[in-house]
Write a protein that binds this ligand. Structure first.
Ligand code: 2HA
Ligand code: ZN
Length: 275
């Protein structure tokens, strides 16, 4: 099968374009990666070139040895993914030690996989383990309202989780484990990848202060929906704080406990502190 005819590739392109339309991907901002299923690799095998040179990932991900990923390209624009997918995206294969990758398809105009490849792969490695292989999608976006909040809220998991839970009743049901926050760090390297992947052991969402968000999920719908829900909640918080600094009423800790019972989710008590 041609790569562009495969359903997972069409889903990837649709998600990238949805993110562009949300306004989360100015210029070359953001990146997306998908860990391919064995049968998906087999379905496009004839279109893959497995003779390219091995290149350093910049970190080690031994549990992902031999895996194939569809990823956005470094410096490529989400705006172009739908019109020029062969140039904007690539399929990479990892070596048997999880130290190197090679490009098997895509990037027809040249280039490399996303500059955030270390973060994507370290997050994939953690999620492969903690979800028993269910999670396949890692998504990084420059979500405007979440970024704005990193200038005015304390950079604490408990604060971001609680404030964003309070902004929409569905939030604790969509991300019951909460949200992790990484203080400002230089992007693109191993240090920020390690910090983010530590948070991904507990959470499906990690915020990078003054930069954006990472989300992890099973498929494109779940992962896009998670990013969308968190960012919409942040938008409501920005709006309420713009109208007045305090809240006249909100969802209380006891309301959350009641919700948890009816919706069969566990909400950690550390997020339900008294203010
Ligand atoms: O430009 O988003 O974090 C791509 C990025 C880097
Ligand atoms: Zn970024």
């Amino acid at each position: 099968m041609k790569v562009l005819e495969a359903e997972f590739v069409r889903g990837f392109i649709r998600m990238a374009n949805d993110g562009w339309e949300q306004g989360w991907h100015e210029r070359n901002g953001g990146n997306l990666s998908y860990r391919m299923k064995k049968e998906e690799v087999a379905s496009v095998a004839e279109a893959l070139d497995t003779n390219g040179p091995w290149q350093e990932i910049g970190t080690t991900v031994p549990k992902l040895a031999g895996e194939y990923f569809l990823v956005t390209g470094s410096g490529k624009f989400f705006r172009n993914v739908k019109e020029q997918p062969e140039d904007s995206l690539c399929i990479i294969q990892l070596d048997e030690k999880g130290e190197k990758y090679r490009i098997c398809w895509g990037l027809t105009g040249g280039g490399r996989p996303t500059s955030e490849l270390p973060s994507h792969l370290m997050n994939h490695e953690v999620k492969l383990e903690v979800t028993g292989g269910k999670h396949r999608v890692i998504y990084h976006a420059h979500t405007t309202n979440v970024i704005a909040l990193t200038f005015v809220l304390p950079l604490k998991d408990e604060v971001f989780t609680r404030e964003l839970w309070e902004m929409a009743t569905e939030c604790p049901v969509v991300f019951p484990d909460g949200i992790g926050v990484v203080g400002w760090m230089v992007p693109g390297g191993r240090d920020i990848a390690v910090a983010t992947s530590q948070l991904m052991k507990k959470y499906d969402v990690a915020i990078w202060a003054h930069h954006g968000m990472f989300c992890s999920g099973e498929d494109f719908d779940q992962t896009f929906g998670l990013m969308h829900t968190v960012e919409k909640s942040a938008e409501i918080l920005v709006k309420t704080r713009s109208m007045r600094p305090d809240k006249l009423q909100t969802i209380t800790p006891q309301n959350f406990r009641d919700l948890a019972v009816d919706f069969h989710v566990e909400l950690p008590e550390r997020f339900l502190y008294e203010k």
